[in-house]
Design a protein around this ligand. Structure first.
Ligand code: G
Ligand code: G
Ligand code: MN
Length: 397
Protein backbone atom coordinates (compact mmCIF):
# COMPACT_ATOMS: atom_id res chain seq x y z
CA UNK A 1 0.00 0.00 0.00
CA UNK A 2 1.24 3.54 -0.71
CA UNK A 3 1.24 5.42 2.57
CA UNK A 4 2.25 8.98 3.39
CA UNK A 5 2.87 10.23 6.92
CA UNK A 6 3.00 13.96 7.68
CA UNK A 7 4.26 15.21 11.03
CA UNK A 8 6.64 18.00 12.02
CA UNK A 9 8.03 15.73 14.73
CA UNK A 10 10.79 13.56 13.21
CA UNK A 11 10.49 11.09 16.07
CA UNK A 12 6.81 10.45 15.32
CA UNK A 13 7.66 9.91 11.65
CA UNK A 14 10.27 7.33 12.54
CA UNK A 15 8.04 5.56 15.01
CA UNK A 16 5.07 5.32 12.65
CA UNK A 17 7.27 4.12 9.81
CA UNK A 18 8.59 1.37 12.04
CA UNK A 19 5.13 0.41 13.31
CA UNK A 20 3.77 0.28 9.76
CA UNK A 21 6.71 -1.82 8.62
CA UNK A 22 5.93 -4.27 11.42
CA UNK A 23 2.42 -4.54 10.03
CA UNK A 24 3.77 -5.46 6.61
CA UNK A 25 3.78 -1.97 5.09
CA UNK A 26 7.30 -1.06 3.96
CA UNK A 27 6.19 1.52 1.34
CA UNK A 28 5.89 4.51 3.64
CA UNK A 29 6.84 8.01 2.58
CA UNK A 30 7.30 10.69 5.24
CA UNK A 31 7.12 14.49 5.12
CA UNK A 32 7.93 17.02 7.83
CA UNK A 33 5.54 19.64 6.48
CA UNK A 34 2.17 19.78 4.77
CA UNK A 35 3.68 21.81 1.92
CA UNK A 36 6.16 19.04 1.12
CA UNK A 37 3.33 16.54 1.36
CA UNK A 38 1.19 18.42 -1.14
CA UNK A 39 4.08 18.48 -3.61
CA UNK A 40 4.56 14.76 -3.18
CA UNK A 41 0.84 14.17 -3.66
CA UNK A 42 0.75 16.28 -6.80
CA UNK A 43 3.25 13.82 -8.28
CA UNK A 44 1.69 10.68 -6.81
CA UNK A 45 -2.09 11.07 -6.62
CA UNK A 46 -2.49 7.34 -6.10
CA UNK A 47 -1.44 7.56 -2.43
CA UNK A 48 -3.80 5.20 -0.60
CA UNK A 49 -3.53 6.46 2.97
CA UNK A 50 -2.35 9.80 4.35
CA UNK A 51 -1.62 10.10 8.06
CA UNK A 52 -1.56 13.72 9.09
CA UNK A 53 -0.76 15.55 12.30
CA UNK A 54 -3.18 18.47 12.65
CA UNK A 55 -0.94 20.75 14.73
CA UNK A 56 2.02 21.77 12.59
CA UNK A 57 3.96 25.01 12.11
CA UNK A 58 3.39 26.43 8.63
CA UNK A 59 0.40 24.77 7.03
CA UNK A 60 -1.81 23.13 9.67
CA UNK A 61 -4.20 20.19 9.39
CA UNK A 62 -7.27 22.28 8.60
CA UNK A 63 -5.54 23.92 5.65
CA UNK A 64 -4.24 20.59 4.43
CA UNK A 65 -7.75 19.14 4.56
CA UNK A 66 -8.96 22.03 2.44
CA UNK A 67 -6.22 21.40 -0.16
CA UNK A 68 -6.89 17.65 -0.21
CA UNK A 69 -10.57 18.34 -0.82
CA UNK A 70 -9.69 20.78 -3.59
CA UNK A 71 -7.52 18.22 -5.37
CA UNK A 72 -10.29 15.62 -4.84
CA UNK A 73 -7.99 13.27 -2.98
CA UNK A 74 -9.51 9.78 -3.19
CA UNK A 75 -7.42 7.93 -0.63
CA UNK A 76 -8.03 7.45 3.08
CA UNK A 77 -7.12 10.12 5.61
CA UNK A 78 -6.05 9.57 9.20
CA UNK A 79 -5.92 12.61 11.44
CA UNK A 80 -3.60 12.63 14.44
CA UNK A 81 -3.23 14.99 17.31
CA UNK A 82 -1.64 15.44 20.68
CA UNK A 83 -4.12 18.24 21.34
CA UNK A 84 -7.62 18.61 22.71
CA UNK A 85 -9.94 15.85 21.55
CA UNK A 86 -12.56 18.40 20.58
CA UNK A 87 -10.25 20.07 18.05
CA UNK A 88 -9.51 16.68 16.55
CA UNK A 89 -13.18 15.80 16.18
CA UNK A 90 -13.91 19.19 14.61
CA UNK A 91 -11.18 18.64 11.98
CA UNK A 92 -12.64 15.19 11.35
CA UNK A 93 -16.06 16.72 10.84
CA UNK A 94 -14.60 19.29 8.42
CA UNK A 95 -12.83 16.60 6.42
CA UNK A 96 -15.99 14.51 6.18
CA UNK A 97 -18.02 17.52 5.18
CA UNK A 98 -15.51 17.97 2.32
CA UNK A 99 -16.28 14.34 1.34
CA UNK A 100 -12.83 13.08 2.25
CA UNK A 101 -12.66 9.48 3.34
CA UNK A 102 -11.63 9.72 6.99
CA UNK A 103 -10.31 6.41 8.29
CA UNK A 104 -9.62 7.64 11.79
CA UNK A 105 -9.01 10.55 14.13
CA UNK A 106 -6.54 9.48 16.78
CA UNK A 107 -4.85 10.89 19.85
CA UNK A 108 -1.08 10.37 19.83
CA UNK A 109 0.65 8.09 20.56
CA UNK A 110 -0.96 5.70 18.11
CA UNK A 111 -1.02 2.04 19.09
CA UNK A 112 -0.34 -0.94 16.78
CA UNK A 113 -3.92 -2.11 17.37
CA UNK A 114 -5.29 1.20 16.12
CA UNK A 115 -2.99 1.06 13.10
CA UNK A 116 -4.08 -2.43 12.18
CA UNK A 117 -7.74 -1.34 12.40
CA UNK A 118 -7.03 1.51 10.03
CA UNK A 119 -5.24 -0.62 7.45
CA UNK A 120 -8.18 -3.00 7.47
CA UNK A 121 -10.67 -0.11 7.29
CA UNK A 122 -9.08 1.14 4.07
CA UNK A 123 -10.50 -1.93 2.37
CA UNK A 124 -14.10 -0.98 3.28
CA UNK A 125 -16.30 0.86 0.76
CA UNK A 126 -16.53 4.66 0.67
CA UNK A 127 -19.26 6.53 2.54
CA UNK A 128 -22.68 6.76 0.90
CA UNK A 129 -23.51 10.06 -0.80
CA UNK A 130 -25.45 12.35 1.48
CA UNK A 131 -29.02 13.38 0.97
CA UNK A 132 -27.95 16.93 0.17
CA UNK A 133 -26.83 15.62 -3.22
CA UNK A 134 -30.27 14.57 -4.25
CA UNK A 135 -32.49 16.27 -6.73
CA UNK A 136 -34.45 19.33 -5.62
CA UNK A 137 -37.88 19.80 -7.19
CA UNK A 138 -39.49 22.88 -8.79
CA UNK A 139 -42.39 24.80 -7.26
CA UNK A 140 -44.74 23.55 -9.97
CA UNK A 141 -43.79 19.94 -9.28
CA UNK A 142 -44.32 20.33 -5.53
CA UNK A 143 -47.63 22.13 -6.03
CA UNK A 144 -48.94 19.36 -8.25
CA UNK A 145 -47.76 16.68 -5.80
CA UNK A 146 -49.87 18.32 -3.10
CA UNK A 147 -52.83 18.64 -5.41
CA UNK A 148 -52.64 15.10 -6.79
CA UNK A 149 -52.41 13.40 -3.42
CA UNK A 150 -48.86 12.16 -3.97
CA UNK A 151 -47.78 13.10 -0.45
CA UNK A 152 -48.14 10.39 2.15
CA UNK A 153 -47.29 10.20 5.83
CA UNK A 154 -44.71 7.83 7.23
CA UNK A 155 -44.68 7.33 11.00
CA UNK A 156 -41.77 6.83 13.37
CA UNK A 157 -42.64 5.28 16.76
CA UNK A 158 -41.84 6.91 20.09
CA UNK A 159 -41.29 4.75 23.17
CA UNK A 160 -41.62 5.52 26.87
CA UNK A 161 -38.24 5.08 28.60
CA UNK A 162 -40.00 4.05 31.76
CA UNK A 163 -42.48 1.42 30.54
CA UNK A 164 -40.88 0.77 27.12
CA UNK A 165 -44.40 0.95 25.68
CA UNK A 166 -45.05 2.68 22.36
CA UNK A 167 -46.71 5.96 23.33
CA UNK A 168 -46.97 7.74 20.02
CA UNK A 169 -45.60 8.39 16.56
CA UNK A 170 -44.13 11.28 14.59
CA UNK A 171 -45.56 11.89 11.13
CA UNK A 172 -42.85 12.42 8.52
CA UNK A 173 -44.08 13.33 5.07
CA UNK A 174 -42.89 11.46 1.96
CA UNK A 175 -43.59 12.07 -1.68
CA UNK A 176 -44.59 9.00 -3.62
CA UNK A 177 -43.22 10.28 -6.90
CA UNK A 178 -44.61 8.64 -10.05
CA UNK A 179 -41.12 8.22 -11.57
CA UNK A 180 -38.53 8.93 -8.88
CA UNK A 181 -39.89 6.64 -6.15
CA UNK A 182 -39.96 7.76 -2.53
CA UNK A 183 -38.76 11.36 -2.19
CA UNK A 184 -37.67 12.74 1.21
CA UNK A 185 -38.83 16.02 2.74
CA UNK A 186 -35.44 17.72 2.56
CA UNK A 187 -35.95 17.71 -1.22
CA UNK A 188 -39.20 19.68 -1.19
CA UNK A 189 -40.10 21.21 2.21
CA UNK A 190 -37.98 24.33 1.79
CA UNK A 191 -39.35 24.86 -1.73
CA UNK A 192 -42.84 24.65 -0.23
CA UNK A 193 -41.90 27.05 2.57
CA UNK A 194 -40.39 29.63 0.27
CA UNK A 195 -43.23 29.60 -2.25
CA UNK A 196 -46.36 29.82 -0.15
CA UNK A 197 -47.16 26.10 -0.36
CA UNK A 198 -46.33 25.07 3.20
CA UNK A 199 -49.78 25.86 4.53
CA UNK A 200 -51.48 23.48 2.08
CA UNK A 201 -48.82 20.87 2.68
CA UNK A 202 -49.12 21.02 6.47
CA UNK A 203 -52.90 20.91 6.42
CA UNK A 204 -52.76 17.81 4.23
CA UNK A 205 -50.24 16.09 6.52
CA UNK A 206 -52.31 17.04 9.56
CA UNK A 207 -55.57 15.68 8.18
CA UNK A 208 -53.91 12.40 7.20
CA UNK A 209 -52.27 12.16 10.63
CA UNK A 210 -55.56 12.74 12.47
CA UNK A 211 -57.30 10.11 10.32
CA UNK A 212 -54.61 7.49 10.84
CA UNK A 213 -54.44 8.16 14.54
CA UNK A 214 -58.19 7.82 14.87
CA UNK A 215 -58.10 4.53 12.94
CA UNK A 216 -55.45 3.16 15.30
CA UNK A 217 -57.59 4.17 18.24
CA UNK A 218 -60.50 2.27 16.74
CA UNK A 219 -58.27 -0.81 16.84
CA UNK A 220 -57.37 -0.24 20.50
CA UNK A 221 -54.07 1.56 19.87
CA UNK A 222 -54.14 4.80 21.78
CA UNK A 223 -51.17 6.70 20.38
CA UNK A 224 -50.29 10.35 20.23
CA UNK A 225 -49.40 11.75 16.83
CA UNK A 226 -46.80 14.47 16.27
CA UNK A 227 -46.84 16.69 13.18
CA UNK A 228 -43.99 18.99 12.15
CA UNK A 229 -44.86 22.59 11.49
CA UNK A 230 -42.56 25.39 10.51
CA UNK A 231 -42.80 28.97 11.67
CA UNK A 232 -44.05 29.92 8.22
CA UNK A 233 -47.22 27.98 9.10
CA UNK A 234 -47.83 30.44 11.86
CA UNK A 235 -48.92 33.38 9.75
CA UNK A 236 -52.62 32.73 9.25
CA UNK A 237 -54.63 33.35 12.39
CA UNK A 238 -57.21 30.71 11.50
CA UNK A 239 -54.72 27.82 11.85
CA UNK A 240 -56.01 26.76 15.32
CA UNK A 241 -59.59 26.96 14.09
CA UNK A 242 -58.74 24.75 11.13
CA UNK A 243 -57.41 22.10 13.50
CA UNK A 244 -60.34 22.33 15.89
CA UNK A 245 -62.79 21.95 13.03
CA UNK A 246 -60.90 18.97 11.58
CA UNK A 247 -60.81 17.29 15.00
CA UNK A 248 -64.55 17.82 15.45
CA UNK A 249 -65.33 16.37 12.04
CA UNK A 250 -63.26 13.29 12.82
CA UNK A 251 -64.24 13.05 16.47
CA UNK A 252 -60.56 13.27 17.35
CA UNK A 253 -59.30 13.96 20.87
CA UNK A 254 -56.88 16.89 20.52
CA UNK A 255 -54.94 15.93 23.62
CA UNK A 256 -53.38 13.26 21.38
CA UNK A 257 -52.00 15.83 18.95
CA UNK A 258 -48.47 17.19 19.25
CA UNK A 259 -47.19 19.97 17.04
CA UNK A 260 -43.41 20.04 16.65
CA UNK A 261 -42.16 23.52 15.92
CA UNK A 262 -38.83 24.38 14.36
CA UNK A 263 -37.89 27.79 13.23
CA UNK A 264 -36.27 27.32 9.83
CA UNK A 265 -36.54 30.98 8.91
CA UNK A 266 -36.59 34.05 11.09
CA UNK A 267 -40.05 34.69 12.45
CA UNK A 268 -41.64 37.34 10.24
CA UNK A 269 -44.37 38.25 12.66
CA UNK A 270 -43.61 37.09 16.19
CA UNK A 271 -46.86 38.39 17.67
CA UNK A 272 -49.03 36.51 15.20
CA UNK A 273 -47.01 33.34 15.82
CA UNK A 274 -47.36 33.74 19.56
CA UNK A 275 -51.11 34.35 19.25
CA UNK A 276 -51.50 31.14 17.23
CA UNK A 277 -49.24 29.01 19.43
CA UNK A 278 -50.94 30.14 22.61
CA UNK A 279 -54.37 29.35 21.22
CA UNK A 280 -53.17 25.90 20.12
CA UNK A 281 -52.16 25.22 23.71
CA UNK A 282 -55.53 26.43 24.92
CA UNK A 283 -57.11 23.81 22.67
CA UNK A 284 -55.19 21.16 24.62
CA UNK A 285 -52.65 20.48 21.86
CA UNK A 286 -49.09 19.66 22.97
CA UNK A 287 -46.46 22.08 21.66
CA UNK A 288 -43.03 20.61 21.20
CA UNK A 289 -39.81 22.50 20.55
CA UNK A 290 -38.09 20.38 17.89
CA UNK A 291 -34.35 19.98 17.22
CA UNK A 292 -33.63 21.64 20.55
CA UNK A 293 -30.09 22.89 20.76
CA UNK A 294 -29.67 23.64 17.05
CA UNK A 295 -30.31 26.57 14.73
CA UNK A 296 -33.17 28.70 15.87
CA UNK A 297 -34.54 26.38 18.56
CA UNK A 298 -33.26 28.63 21.26
CA UNK A 299 -33.56 29.42 24.92
CA UNK A 300 -35.41 32.61 23.99
CA UNK A 301 -38.16 30.56 22.39
CA UNK A 302 -38.29 28.34 25.44
CA UNK A 303 -38.80 31.41 27.58
CA UNK A 304 -41.39 33.10 25.39
CA UNK A 305 -43.50 30.30 23.90
CA UNK A 306 -45.66 27.96 26.02
CA UNK A 307 -43.99 24.72 24.90
CA UNK A 308 -44.77 21.62 26.93
CA UNK A 309 -42.43 19.15 25.27
CA UNK A 310 -38.74 19.39 24.43
CA UNK A 311 -37.12 17.24 21.73
CA UNK A 312 -33.37 17.04 22.11
CA UNK A 313 -31.76 16.99 18.69
CA UNK A 314 -30.24 13.69 17.58
CA UNK A 315 -26.82 15.35 17.33
CA UNK A 316 -26.66 15.37 21.14
CA UNK A 317 -28.15 11.93 21.69
CA UNK A 318 -26.42 9.52 19.34
CA UNK A 319 -22.99 8.60 20.77
CA UNK A 320 -23.56 10.73 23.89
CA UNK A 321 -22.00 7.94 25.93
CA UNK A 322 -18.68 8.39 24.11
CA UNK A 323 -18.66 12.12 23.62
CA UNK A 324 -18.31 14.29 26.70
CA UNK A 325 -19.65 17.43 24.97
CA UNK A 326 -22.81 15.70 23.70
CA UNK A 327 -23.35 14.14 27.05
CA UNK A 328 -23.14 17.44 28.92
CA UNK A 329 -25.55 19.10 26.49
CA UNK A 330 -27.97 16.16 26.59
CA UNK A 331 -28.00 16.07 30.38
CA UNK A 332 -28.42 19.83 30.65
CA UNK A 333 -31.28 19.80 28.13
CA UNK A 334 -33.11 17.02 29.97
CA UNK A 335 -32.61 18.88 33.22
CA UNK A 336 -33.95 22.05 31.65
CA UNK A 337 -37.05 20.19 30.46
CA UNK A 338 -37.64 18.77 33.91
CA UNK A 339 -37.21 22.12 35.63
CA UNK A 340 -39.60 23.78 33.20
CA UNK A 341 -42.17 21.03 33.75
CA UNK A 342 -41.88 19.84 30.15
CA UNK A 343 -41.87 16.32 28.81
CA UNK A 344 -38.57 15.30 27.19
CA UNK A 345 -38.00 13.31 24.02
CA UNK A 346 -34.56 12.16 22.87
CA UNK A 347 -34.25 11.81 19.10
CA UNK A 348 -31.54 9.87 17.29
CA UNK A 349 -31.38 6.77 19.49
CA UNK A 350 -29.56 4.77 16.83
CA UNK A 351 -28.13 1.75 18.60
CA UNK A 352 -28.17 -0.33 21.76
CA UNK A 353 -25.40 1.76 23.33
CA UNK A 354 -27.48 4.95 22.86
CA UNK A 355 -30.51 3.21 24.35
CA UNK A 356 -28.62 1.96 27.41
CA UNK A 357 -26.94 5.28 27.98
CA UNK A 358 -30.27 7.08 27.90
CA UNK A 359 -31.99 4.61 30.14
CA UNK A 360 -29.20 4.94 32.72
CA UNK A 361 -29.66 8.72 32.78
CA UNK A 362 -33.15 7.96 34.06
CA UNK A 363 -34.54 11.41 33.39
CA UNK A 364 -35.69 11.18 29.79
CA UNK A 365 -39.37 10.48 29.20
CA UNK A 366 -39.48 9.27 25.60
CA UNK A 367 -37.02 7.91 23.04
CA UNK A 368 -37.16 7.92 19.26
CA UNK A 369 -34.68 6.71 16.65
CA UNK A 370 -33.52 4.04 14.24
CA UNK A 371 -32.76 1.67 17.11
CA UNK A 372 -36.46 1.54 17.90
CA UNK A 373 -37.68 1.82 14.32
CA UNK A 374 -37.26 3.77 11.10
CA UNK A 375 -40.23 5.76 9.83
CA UNK A 376 -42.77 3.39 8.24
CA UNK A 377 -46.06 3.51 6.32
CA UNK A 378 -49.23 3.75 8.43
CA UNK A 379 -50.37 0.21 7.55
CA UNK A 380 -47.14 -1.31 8.87
CA UNK A 381 -47.43 0.21 12.33
CA UNK A 382 -49.79 -2.29 14.04
CA UNK A 383 -47.66 -5.30 13.10
CA UNK A 384 -44.48 -3.45 14.07
CA UNK A 385 -46.00 -2.78 17.51
CA UNK A 386 -46.61 -6.50 17.96
CA UNK A 387 -42.95 -7.21 17.20
CA UNK A 388 -41.89 -4.49 19.59
CA UNK A 389 -43.92 -6.07 22.40
CA UNK A 390 -41.61 -9.05 22.12
CA UNK A 391 -38.43 -7.08 21.62
CA UNK A 392 -38.98 -4.69 24.49
CA UNK A 393 -39.02 -7.46 27.07
CA UNK A 394 -35.39 -8.19 26.15
CA UNK A 395 -34.38 -4.60 26.73
CA UNK A 396 -34.01 -4.68 30.49
CA UNK A 397 -30.75 -3.45 31.97
O1 G B 1 -37.24 11.55 7.89
P1 G B 1 -36.99 12.84 7.57
O2 G B 1 -36.16 12.81 6.32
O3 G B 1 -38.43 12.65 7.31
O4 G B 1 -37.35 14.36 7.75
C1 G B 1 -36.50 15.38 7.35
C2 G B 1 -36.93 16.71 7.84
O5 G B 1 -38.18 17.08 7.25
C3 G B 1 -37.11 16.78 9.34
O6 G B 1 -36.46 17.95 9.79
C4 G B 1 -38.59 16.91 9.52
O7 G B 1 -38.88 17.72 10.64
C5 G B 1 -39.04 17.56 8.23
N1 G B 1 -40.42 17.19 7.94
C6 G B 1 -40.90 15.94 7.77
N2 G B 1 -42.23 15.97 7.54
C7 G B 1 -42.59 17.28 7.60
C8 G B 1 -43.84 17.97 7.47
O8 G B 1 -44.90 17.40 7.29
N3 G B 1 -43.81 19.34 7.57
C9 G B 1 -42.66 20.02 7.80
N4 G B 1 -42.73 21.35 7.88
N5 G B 1 -41.48 19.41 7.94
C10 G B 1 -41.45 18.05 7.84
O1 G C 1 -36.18 17.61 12.33
P1 G C 1 -36.92 16.43 12.86
O2 G C 1 -36.50 16.09 14.24
O3 G C 1 -38.38 16.51 12.70
O4 G C 1 -36.46 15.24 11.92
C1 G C 1 -36.50 13.93 12.20
C2 G C 1 -35.49 13.38 11.24
O5 G C 1 -34.59 12.50 11.90
C3 G C 1 -36.10 12.61 10.10
O6 G C 1 -35.33 12.88 8.98
C4 G C 1 -35.91 11.18 10.55
O7 G C 1 -35.93 10.27 9.47
C5 G C 1 -34.54 11.28 11.19
N1 G C 1 -34.24 10.24 12.17
C6 G C 1 -35.08 9.43 12.82
N2 G C 1 -34.42 8.59 13.65
C7 G C 1 -33.11 8.87 13.51
C8 G C 1 -31.93 8.33 14.09
O8 G C 1 -31.93 7.43 14.91
N3 G C 1 -30.76 8.90 13.70
C9 G C 1 -30.71 9.93 12.80
N4 G C 1 -29.52 10.41 12.46
N5 G C 1 -31.80 10.46 12.24
C10 G C 1 -32.99 9.93 12.58
MN1 MN D 1 -39.66 16.52 14.25
Amino acid sequence: MNILVIDDDAFVLKLLKLQLANLGQPEVMTCESANDALEALADRQQMEIVFCDIQMPGMDGVELVRHLAHMEFQGGLVLMSGEDERILSTVQYLAQAHRLKVLGALQKPITPVQLRGILQGQASPAAKPRRADRKIYSVEAVASAIENGELINYYQPKVSMCSREVVGVEALVRWQHPYDGLVFPDQFISTAEQNGLIDDLTRLVLLNALRHCRDWQASQLRLSVAVNISMSNLVSLDFPDFIVKAAQDLDFDLSLLILEVTESQLMQNPLTALDILTRLRLKNITLSIDDFGTGHSTLTQLRDIPFNELKVDSGFVHDAGDNASCRAILEASLDLARRLGMKSVAEGVENLADWHFLSRLACCDVAQGYFIAKPMPAQTLPSWIQEWQVRRTGLTE
